[in-house]
Every structure is written in structure tokens, then in C-alpha cells.
Design a protein around this ligand. Structure first.
Ligand code: SF4
Length: 356
């Protein structure tokens, strides 16, 4: 901001704020509900993946993926990572899973992908499955853990307990593959405290990446029936934002990225969310709060009576700094920081300068 005078020479309070690692392009291949041993109470994969009322023709859809990968290569774009999402990949019928694995291995051999990832349940993995995945070029297994808390897993009728979820995490790690852990804050039995314990447990289990999907009530699910009967209430938006902010900060402290917060805003999802903390900018709102919390902690270290004079923040924060529709402006103002006191820089750190 050109109106700012040169910075004083005294030292600022500093906190690192590295930009998120650049993620590789993902080529998703959705297999909604395929291989799932049960229909979980909260899940509507057909709506979440935009493939409602549709049972995928695996060969036909892989043909479309092949065409898209070839187009990327013809345009000189870098190879993508293939992702088998939306169901329980390791529990697909053997023949169907082999078709997918051979497709991935061939795409890898042609240099059209750099590898693939898949999502699955913690109770549908064994050493043999891991070995076959690795042999075909799998790099990452994303486990739909949802929670490590036995009571929550029982309440959501997931069919496994926390110990099984931990064993699955250990199996992925022992196989040399990267581990993704998906958590479901607000799932029946998951309070904000349980969610934070789940984040800590996932990090301790060696997660290389996390996803937070706040639990929504989607039409046609078992959860919708529980909600209508008054037996389930989703988290409100403020509790969700607060909890995800705390979870995101825990992950940041462990240098573990949270690669998704909230369901992707598929058009098919819009009409089926009956209740729950849904917002198209959920991730950005959480990041804004996490940034604010970090600067608040810096300000709390200031000697008594020393007020904030200005803040330097990485340029990459500009999109979420003030919050969605400026919702954080008053909180920033309470710290003495308005638009004239904030300067964006190319550094990966927050620097809070105090008045003399
Ligand atoms: S949550 Fe996972 S295992 Fe359960 S129905 Fe959905 S995709 Fe299948």
C-alpha cells in the first residue's frame, strides 16, 4: 500500500505462514457407493459426486478418462494424478477393481498420470490389497475414518471401531503409501472436543493429509430420518467454523495439509442439503479465522500497553484475510488493524509491528 510510511527498524512479532503446497492436478473417477458394504447414515455419494441415479459403466467411464488424459498430454499439460473416489475402492468386485488397476498402470506407463490414489474404508484393507495397489502405481490411500471415537463410530453405525481405524492407518503407512484421513466433524457422536481429539489422533497416526467434511443432513439418507425424528442435530455454522479453525491450526502445527474442507459444491447437492453447516466458501472462512487467531496470539505476546501498529501478511492471504463478505473486519479492528494497517508481502510469514 503506497500510503504506508517506511517500516520502523524495531523488531516485529513473527509467525510463519507458509502458502499451501501446490497440489498436482487430479483427474477424478467416481464410483459412487461401489464396493460399499453398507450405506452409511450420512452418505449420499450419488449427490456428492454429481452422479445421481447412475450406476457407472466402468469401462465406458474409463474411456472418457483416457480421452481426457490424452487431451492433457496433447496440450502439453503436466500429467495428472488419477483418483478413484466415491466408494470403497478396495472392496470393489475383483474383476472391476482389476480393470481400474490395469487402466491406471497403463496410463502410468504412457506417462499420462504420475500415479493414482483411491478412497476406501478402514475395515476394507489388508496387506494383500495394499501390495496390489502399490504394484499398480498407487501413491496415496485416503481412509474415510470419519472419527476414531468408538461411541461416535457406533452412533454412525460405521461397523468398525477406533482400534480398527488406527490399524488401517498403520497398514497404509507400513506399505510405504501416503495416508489421507477424512474426518466428519458433527457426525452423530462427534462433538467439537471429539473432533479435535480425532485430528490429533490422525496426526499421531501419521496422516500425510487430512480432509474435514462437516456432517450435513442430505435427503434420502438415514441421517435425514434421524433429523426429522429429532434424534440428530447438525452443528451450527459458528461451532463448525470454530472447530475447523482449531483443527486446521493443529494440522498446520504438524505441517500436515488439510486438502479439503466441506463437500465440493456440486449442482446436484444444492437441492438435497436439508440441514447442516454448508457454505461454498467454508475453507476460506476457516483460513481467515485461523489467520486471525494466529495474529491474536502474536498480539497477546506484546508487552502490556503496546498496541498493534501494522501487520505484514503474505500476499496469498488476500483472498481470505477479511473473511467472507468482510465478516472478520470488526475482529481485526479490535486488534487495531484496518485496511491502512495491513501490507501484503511476498514473504511466508506474518509480522506484527507494535507502536513504540
Ligand atoms: S461413507 Fe464411504 S463406505 Fe459409507 S456409503 Fe459412503 S462411500 Fe460408502
Amino acid at each position: 500500500m503506497s500510503s504506508l510510511s517506511p517500516l520502523p527498524s524495531r523488531a516485529p512479532l513473527v509467525a510463519p505462514w507458509p502458502p499451501p503446497a501446490r497440489s498436482r492436478p487430479i483427474m477424478p473417477f467416481f464410483l459412487p457407493f461401489q464396493g460399499c458394504p453398507t450405506r452409511c447414515v450420512f452418505c449420499a455419494q450419488d449427490m456428492q459426486t454429481g452422479q445421481s441415479g447412475f450406476r457407472p459403466d466402468t469401462n465406458g467411464m474409463l474411456g472418457k478418462v483416457r480421452a481426457a488424459l490424452e487431451l492433457r498430454a496433447a496440450r502439453g499439460l503436466p500429467p495428472a494424478e488419477l483418483a478413484f473416489y466415491g466408494g470403497t475402492f478396495t472392496a470393489l468386485p475383483d474383476a472391476e477393481r482389476e480393470v481400474c488397476l490395469k487402466f491406471a498402470a497403463a496410463a502410468l506407463a504412457r506417462g499420462h498420470i504420475v500415479g493414482f490414489r483411491c478412497s476406501t474404508r478402514p475395515d476394507c484393507l489388508d496387506a494383500g490389497a495394499m501390495s496390489r495397489l502399490r504394484q499398480a502405481g498407487c501413491t496415496t490411500v485416503e481412509l474415510g475414518v470419519q472419527s476414531f471415537a468408538d461411541a461416535a463410530l457406533r452412533a454412525a453405525r460405521r461397523g468398525y471401531d477406533g482400534a480398527a481405524a488406527l490399524r488401517a492407518c498403520a497398514l497404509v503407512r507400513a506399505s510405504g503409501l501416503r495416508l489421507g484421513v477424512q474426518l466428519l466433524p458433527g457426525m452423530p457422536g462427534v462433538s467439537p472436543e471429539v473432533f479435535l481429539a480425532d485430528v490429533a489422533q490422525a496426526l499421531e497416526a501419521g496422516a500425510d493429509m487430512l480432509r474435514f467434511y462437516p456432517c450435513l443432513v442430505l435427503a434420502g439418507t438415514g441421517l435425514a430420518r434421524l433429523w426429522r425424528a429429532g434424534e440428530y442435530a447438525p452443528w451450527d455454522m459458528e461451532s463448525t467454523l470454530d472447530s475447523l479453525t482449531s483443527g486446521w491450526l493443529l494440522a498446520r502445527a504438524a505441517h500436515t495439509p488439510v486438502i479439503r474442507m466441506g463437500l465440493a459444491p456440486e449442482a446436484s447437492l444444492a437441492g438435497v442439503v436439508l440441514a447442516g453447516p454448508v457454505h461454498p466458501a467454508l475453507g476460506a472462512r476457516v483460513m481467515g479465522r485461523a489467520l486471525l487467531a494466529t495474529v491474536r496470539s502474536l498480539a497477546a505476546r506484546a508487552p502490556a500497553g503496546r498496541l498493534a501498529e501494522r501487520l505484514e501478511a503474505p500476499r496469498a492471504c488476500q483472498g481470505y484475510f477479511w473473511g467472507h463478505a468482510g465478516e472478520l473486519r470488526s475482529a481485526w479492528a479490535a486488534l487495531g488493524l484496518g485496511a491502512n494497517e495491513v501490507r501484503y508481502t511476498g514473504d511466508a510469514a506474518l509480522r506484527l509491528w507494535l507502536r513504540p
